[in-house]
Design a protein around this ligand. Structure first.
Ligand code: CA
Length: 237
């Protein structure tokens, strides 16, 4: 499963260099040079991390960062801020705006990759660990073993992939297209309804005795999310 990065930077040479290096490291890379477009792209693509330049044409990186932090749908996405300004006051302003890390230009691409990995280790330990846990579900990625409240849950590889992706991003809503991309891969053609079928199977497998709360939330016309819901009406099917 690819980790995706959105690069928000208006200097083409830096974008080219970062894209090349991040793709080589196995990241999926989206780019834009405009702050407003960045906000739209974050909502559409839900990147795993954002590399955000301070100086941008329509909005500053600090404004983009604050905006993303105000919005419940985007506030959990880590942000690494880039700036040509290296003074302590700027660094603090960047972090105050909600950035998770701050890098001063010029920097080496390998340092950025190292910082990205460090942010993930700090904020999202699940990405670098072999075990995931959510609301009583335990997943061992190495052995493909899943249990819920200690009982083994039997999943096909596709359902395992779906559950893994949802467990890596608990609470985030994914469209069917995004789940197809993440679990099936974006270069094969699969009908969107296939996702619904596998979600239905996943729900059934997780509810092995018919008495388990449904953790997969259907978000009308948006997609699916893994959530611990107290509102039974929020889940259906
Ligand atoms: Ca710039």
């Amino acid at each position: 499963m690819e980790t995706s990065v959105l690069i928000v930077e208006d200097e083409a040479a830096i974008v080219t260099m970062l894209r090349y290096n991040l793709e080589r490291e196995g990241f999926r890379v989206y780019t834009t040079g405009d702050g407003e477009e960045a906000i739209t792209m974050v909502k559409e693509y839900k990147p795993d991390i954002i590399v955000l330049d301070w100086m941008l044409p329509s909005m500053t990186g600090v404004e983009v960062c604050k905006h993303l932090r105000w919005d419940n749908n985007t506030k959990g996405i880590p942000i690494i801020m880039l700036s040509a300004r290296g003074e302590e006051g700027d660094r603090i302003r960047g972090l105050d705006a909600g950035a998770d890390d701050y890098m001063v230009k010029p920097f080496s691409p390998s340092e950025l990759v190292a910082r990205i990995r460090a942010v993930f280790r700090r904020l999202r330990p699940s990405l670098s660990e072999q075990k995931l846990a959510f609301a009583g579900i335990d997943m061992d990625i190495a052995t493909h073993k899943v249990t819920r409240n200690g009982e083994e849950v039997h999943l096909s590889p596709t359902e395992f992939g779906l559950l893994r992706y949802l467990m890596e991003h608990p609470g985030r809503v994914f469209s069917r297209e995004q789940l197809l991309d993440a679990v099936w891969g974006h270069d094969i053609y699969v009908e969107l309804r296939t996702v619904d079928v596998h979600i239905r199977r996943l729900r059934k497998a997780l509810n092995y005795d018919g008495n388990q709360p449904d953790l997969v939330r259907t978000v009308r016309s948006a997609g699916y999310a893994l959530e611990e819901s107290t509102d039974a009406a929020a889940s259906e099917e």
